[in-house]
Design a protein around this ligand. Structure first.
Ligand SMILES: C[S@@+](CC[C@H](N)C(=O)[O-])C[C@H]1O[C@@H](n2cnc3c(N)ncnc32)[C@H](O)[C@@H]1O
Length: 220
């Protein structure tokens, strides 16, 4: 039987890749990852663990992927995994958090390929550690979100907002008005990591690999 592993590579530091992920990658027959103009961050993180392996970059243009694209790319993987061998699909962070793997897994399972997931350290967990921001104290609520909707922050103590580039000025104003103190963390765990708290500096930054963690200010 053919098998596909969804592997979380963690947020960026290669030492945060799990031992299990390394073992599974080392024994894999083929590696898949989304194509980001010929590169892929997850692939860069694990490059030393997959030297000499066949790699196929899949075209999944972010924000515009259709069901047909998922089917087409699941088919490419299915055709390239040999009988009784397995392939690996790499995901930045964890495969079940805002990842294309979730959709590909559904499609490839329908094609009769078995799947298994190796979890990775998610970006917001790494960013919380880098910035020493507690995510939850006893009895608190944590929100993980990629875009605020109306009332998203109601009754929330901490939020982790991924994908920070959309209308940042409005975003920071809303966070402030809702009574949160925030930190902007880019490239967590990588050499280029930066933790910004100054509004002007955050507004200037355009890095896609960034997120915002907010903690509700103590109520008087
Ligand atoms: C498509 S989502 C993938 C999330 C990933 N599966 C996870 O578990 O964190 C991409 C978003 O993750 C966040 N991200 C990923 N790695 C990051 C890092 N090292 N530092 C800060 N944000 C990161 C950014 O918000 C980016 O826009």
């Amino acid at each position: 039987m053919k098998k596909l592993y969804g592997i979380g590579t963690g947020p960026g530091d290669k030492e945060l890749v799990t031992i299990k992920a390394v073992k599974v990658m080392e024994d894999a027959d083929i590696i898949f990852a989304p194509n980001n103009k010929g590169t892929n961050m997850a692939l860069d993180i694990v490059k030393e663990y997959i030297a000499n392996k066949k790699v196929i970059l899949l075209n999944l243009p972010m924000g515009q992927v259709t069901k047909e694209d998922y089917i087409k790319n699941a088919k490419i993987m299915e055709e390239n995994i040999l009988e009784d061998k397995y392939g690996v699909f790499l995901t930045l962070g964890d495969p079940l958090i805002y990842s294309t793997f979730i959709y590909l897994m559904e499609e490839i399972e329908e094609m009769g390929v078995q799947t298994e997931i190796v979890p990775g350290i998610p970006s917001f967990i790494a960013a919380a550690a880098s910035s020493k921001t507690p995510l939850t104290l006893k009895g608190e609520k944590l929100l993980i979100i990629d875009e605020f909707k109306e009332n998203s922050l109601k009754n929330i103590d901490t939020f982790c907002l991924l994908k920070t580039w959309k209308d940042k000025e409005k975003l920071l104003k809303e966070i402030d008005e809702e009574g949160f103190t925030y930190k902007y963390i880019k490239r967590a765990t990588l050499e280029e990591e930066k933790i910004l708290i100054d509004e002007e500096e955050i507004l200037k930054d355009k890095d896609y690999i960034s997120l915002i963690i907010g903690r509700r200010n103590p109520r008087d």
